[in-house]
Design a protein around this ligand. Structure first.
Ligand code: 2P0
Length: 322
């Protein structure tokens, strides 16, 4: 049976995606910018032409909800598709503070199209990955990545592209992990609620394009101070729009604020660094390679665990099963 295996890295947004202009097609209301991050990855094998659809995730059968999302994406790869067996595994623990959906759907569409004998462009892969999970559109590419919001109703102009490759700038992303309790609300539900009830949502949408164009310029000129200011501004505006939803969408914990204050004090000491936060309490800190050890040590004093990540390459086909 035709099979292929692909590997993709997760990404963390520097300018955030929050809100959809089309829920069915997963089209964002705002453009976003991310950094693809190594060493963590998802490895996925897709085998077409088996007896029954089957999804194995991290060594065991996946939930019905996860299987529904995965096979819906395979239906887009081939609407007359044969049944498929999908085996996927992350080499990072769920508790590593990273979203596995970005690397997961990127690896899935690359493996599925290759096993079907298709040769899509990276942009076409990004559009397919987006249908599984928005942030996955960005993990098709390595390094510094922008995802266009696009304007077309069919979403064919809403895909990611590489601003600069993986080796453009030797930075680190230091993740400060705060354990404690399950995620209060899924990103999908949090976005919907923000969009439907937050009086600040229109202001968030209006402010995002300028953040993206300024961040793109800061990446191209390797200006960490400028990029850092935009990163924090984007994260704060996104979280402000969530907090103003009814009921509020609040992912912050006390440790999140400690980590943010640590970043501010590092900057006062002359170490350029900046934080971002996603749909959870963990704080991710961007800094140059030479200051990563000090940033990690300082964050280690306030966080439960710290993880240092480096820029990662694009999704790619690999040998051997997942
Ligand atoms: C991002 N997040 O830009 C933003 C910032 C979380 C906060 O993308 O509904 O799993 O599958 O498109 O991509 C997380 O949401 O949401 C996310 P769906 P996704 O990284």
């Amino acid at each position: 049976m035709p099979a292929a295996t692909a590997l993709a890295h997760p990404n963390i947004a520097l300018c955030k995606y929050w809100g959809k202009r089309d829920r069915a097609l997963n089209l964002p209301s705002v453009p976003s910018i991310s950094l693809t991050l190594s060493p963590f990855s998802t490895r996925t094998t897709v085998e077409w032409g088996v007896a029954t659809d089957e999804l194995i995730m991290n060594g065991g059968p996946a939930s019905a909800d996860e299987a529904r999302k995965v096979f819906a994406v395979l239906d887009l790869v081939d609407s007359w598709r044969p049944r498929a067996r999908v085996v996927t595994a992350n080499d990072f623990p769920t508790a590593a503070g990273l979203a596995s959906s970005s690397s997961g759907f990127a690896a899935l569409v690359l493996a599925a199209t290759a096993a079907a004998g298709q040769k899509p462009s990276a942009e076409q892969l990004s559009i397919l990955a987006r249908r599984g999970s928005g942030s996955a559109a960005r993990s098709i590419f390595g390094g510094w990545v922008e995802w266009r919001a696009g304007e077309r109703p069919d979403g064919m102009d809403s895909h990611a592209w590489e601003i600069q490759p993986v080796d453009w700038w030797d930075v680190r992303m230091v993740v400060a992990i705060f354990d404690g309790g399950p995620k209060s609300i899924s990103s999908r539900e949090g976005m919907k609620r923000t969009q439907e009830t937050s009086p600040y949502y229109p202001a968030w949408v209006a402010s995002a394009p300028l953040d993206v164009s300024e961040a793109r310029a800061a990446i191209r000129s390797r200006d960490i101070e400028k990029l850092g200011a935009i990163m924090e501004r984007s994260a704060l505006r996104m979280h402000a729009s969530m907090m103003a939803a009814d009921p509020p969408v609040l992912y912050w914990k006390s440790g999140s604020v400690w980590a943010q204050e640590t970043v501010t004090s590092l900057r006062k000491k002359g170490i350029p660094c900046a934080w971002t936060m996603d749909a959870g309490p963990n704080v991710k800190v961007l800094c140059e390679a030479g200051s990563a050890a000090e940033v990690a040590a300082r964050l280690g004093a306030v966080a439960d665990r710290v993880q240092v990540l480096v820029p990662g390459g694009p999704a790619r086909l690999v040998n051997g099963p997942a």
